[in-house]
Design a binder for this molecule. Structure first.
Ligand code: ASN
Length: 246
């Protein structure tokens, strides 16, 4: 009997150890843009949006845990590279430059950069962007576009931490043109009763948003994301999410 109870005690200890290990299941720290409607934004103290919902749905299907970390976009890629973040779903465009330091999932949303001007502005085409004052958000592909075309267009550039401050600069008349991803500005304009901003011409670029992790470090999370994305597309969840934010 004594022997049996000792064996039982050893067994119970083993079970306890393994369940402790189970309780310490990896919780991925995943960043999102703190203010980027309709992809991630705060309503009544809670984060919502396409990125927030897509991540939640994929994590549920694939059975992984995460902690959402909303922040300014500019800190996200450095945060992943330094290992403080495990990944990001942040309306983040897949680019060759970023792919040098990040691994991306399959694209989950079609986007591209567009010029944005005040509703009463005469700027209407790419040619009109000459000699103008640009406002851009730090660390974005919009900032990259403005930077690479600055000389040719004889433009000046001012940098902002978030999209709202960038748009405000145009609304206040301190900048002539802001650059933003098409779905973000289209959503903003669609919500305004009397739009204060408008698009000035077509998309200047065309690209996909992707989920990103540190290059070579997190293949497992990328494949879970891709698997989950395929499943939520197949079962209609993805479309339901998009319809919530039309
Ligand atoms: N769309 C931006 C980019 O990919 C990111 C953002 O503003 N959230 O650069």
């Amino acid at each position: 009997m004594k022997k049996i109870s000792i064996t039982l005690a050893v067994l119970l200890a083993a079970v306890a150890t393994s369940s402790t290990a189970f309780a310490k299941e990896k919780v991925y720290k995943i960043a999102t843009d703190a203010a980027y409607a309709p992809f991630s934004f705060k309503i009544d103290g809670a984060y919502t949006g396409i990125d927030v919902d897509v991540l939640a749905a994929i994590a549920k299907t694939e059975g992984f845990k995460y902690e959402l970390t909303p922040m300014n976009f500019n800190g996200i890629i450095p945060g992943i590279v330094s290992g403080q973040l495990d990944g990001a779903i942040a309306g983040m465009t897949i680019t060759k430059k970023r792919a040098k330091v990040l691994d991306f999932s399959n694209g989950y949303y079609e986007s591209g950069v567009v010029p944005v001007v005040k509703a009463d502005s005469k700027i209407a085409t790419k040619a009109d962007l000459k000699d103008q004052r640009f406002a851009v958000k730090k660390g974005t592909t919009s900032a990259d576009w403005a930077n690479s075309n600055r000389k040719e267009l004889n433009a000046t550039i001012r940098y902002f931490d978030d999209s709202a401050s960038m748009f405000q600069e145009v609304i206040n008349g301190n900048a002539d043109v802001a650059f933003e991803d098409y779905p973000v500005i289209a959503y903003k304009i669609s919500l305004d009763k009397t739009p204060v901003l408008k698009l000035a011409g077509d998309k200047l670029t065309s690209a996909q948003f992707g989920f990103g992790v540190k290059k070579g470090q997190n293949a497992e999370l990328i494949s879970k994301f891709n698997d989950g994305l395929a499943k939520i597309k197949a079962d209609g969840t993805y479309e339901k999410i998009l319809n919530k934010y039309q």
